[in-house]
Design a protein around this ligand. Structure first.
Ligand SMILES: Nc1nc2c(ncn2[C@@H]2O[C@H](COP(=O)(O)OP(=O)(O)OP(=O)(O)O)[C@@H](O)[C@H]2O)c(=O)[nH]1
Ligand SMILES: [Zn+2]
Length: 359
């Protein structure tokens, strides 16, 4: 099968998705700047980025937290917290530092929480989930002030769903890129319609009729660039390039899913909590974020744009195999990708095996 079969082919996605992703991009920008956003009829202001003036002008009636953050704060005993979000009444005495203490777990162990807080019924559950998902996409703490007021920036729940659709992805450029350990390599760059994160693939060697050896590598700035010893990403990246080269041919997909999809800043927050004794799973949950927010539909789309629908997958993570297969790629074999531990990552690797199903 030809590599990069549909390189510059027409993209089936039309005007509608472009318009929808504009709304989401604007909402992400507004949240990062500390401006209110209307998500599916719910006015929200991100606690992490708003200032005193914005908070006063917003006249909050409530605070929206994710269920896992509310559980950490022991605020879910009053309700069934099986849903995504938990709404708390904004007591008249709640100021910005009190709101930040609800949002940010960094000080949980150092500062006793104020209170009491009263949990309110949450009617707009879909909008609340969408707002929490927007916070993750914006790389912010998933915690909002809520009000009945107006917001200039509007986004619907459908907009958000469409934003993450992989169909809009296309190949925008490719070039030969000899790298250490794999001189016969070509980098292919992909871009979505929203021009957000750019994903890349490194094709190593030439197609030889065999099913390619493929590595899905999730971005890890700390490990990939700085050689962090807290995880195994850096050595896994280098070893993957060598193994793909040795196998004859294959590809490494470099997916912009920093911190298992929570972003660099939230990953550093999780590391700070790990220094307080929480493992990689509990640290994410205390932040109110998913343990693993990655999806593999984008990876599947990248493979199909490169003309590949069957792969031998280099991973210890069964969720990657399942995610790729669910998105239409046949995984003919899972090839283990184990590297020796070091004193800094041995507990992390154990947690991956015990708590997140890695083999
Ligand atoms: N949130 C969070 N992300 C982490 C942490 N350590 C590494 N990561 C991220 O995890 C991703 C790598 O995922 P891993 O769980 O190590 O491995 P995997 O990709 O699921 O599985 P393999 O294919 O077997 O390597 C990268 O995006 C890293 O940035 C951590 O403690 N917290
Ligand atoms: Zn890493």
């Amino acid at each position: 099968m030809p590599v990069v079969a549909q390189a510059f082919g027409p993209c089936a996605i039309g005007h509608r998705v472009r318009v929808l992703s504009k709304a989401v991009a604007r909402a992400i920008d507004a949240l990062r700047r500390g401006w209110p956003v209307n998500v599916g009829g719910l006015s929200v202001l991100a606690i992490e980025t708003c200032d005193d003036d914005a908070m006063t002008a917003f006249a909050a009636t409530g605070v929206l937290l994710s269920a896992s953050r509310a559980a950490t704060l022991k605020l879910t005993n009053q309700i069934d917290a099986s849903g995504e979000g938990v709404l708390i009444e904004a007591a008249p005495w709640l100021d910005l530092s009190g709101a930040r203490a609800l949002a940010d777990p960094a000080l949980d162990l150092a500062t006793p929480m104020k209170g009491p807080f009263r949990v309110l019924p949450l009617a707009e559950t879909k909008a609340a989930s969408a707002a929490l998902e927007l916070a993750r996409l914006a790389g912010l703490l998933p915690a909002f002030l809520i009000s009945n007021g107006e917001a200039e920036c509007d986004v619907t729940v459908d907009d958000l769903w469409a934003y993450e659709m992989p169909d809009a992805l296309r190949i925008v450029s490719r070039a030969r890129l000899p790298v250490a350990g794999a001189e016969d390599a070509t980098m292919v760059a992909f871009r979505g319609r929203d021009a957000g994160q750019e994903h890349v693939a490194l094709i190593i060697g030439e197609p030889n009729g065999s099913v390619p050896l493929v590595r899905l590598h999730s971005e890890c700035l700390t490990g990939d660039v700085f050689g962090s010893l807290k995880c195994d990403c850096g050595p896994q990246l280098q070893q993957a390039l060598r193994l793909i080269g040795d196998s004859g041919w294959g590809m490494l997909l470099y997916l912009r899913q920093e911190g298992r999809g929570i972003g660099l800043i939230n990953k550093l927050r999780a590391y700070q909590l790990q220094d307080q004794g929480f493992d990689t799973v509990d640290a994410n949950l205390r932040l109110g974020l998913p343990v693993d927010a990655r999806g593999y539909a984008i990876a599947a789309r990248m493979l199909s744009l490169m003309g590949q629908d069957r792969v031998r997958l280099l991973t210890n993570n069964p969720a990657k195999v399942a995610g790729l297969e669910a998105a239409g790629i046949v995984v003919t074999e899972r090839v283990p990708h184990v590297l020796p531990p070091n004193p800094h990552n041995v507990a992390y690797l154990d947690t991956k095996r015990v708590r997140t199903g890695h083999i």
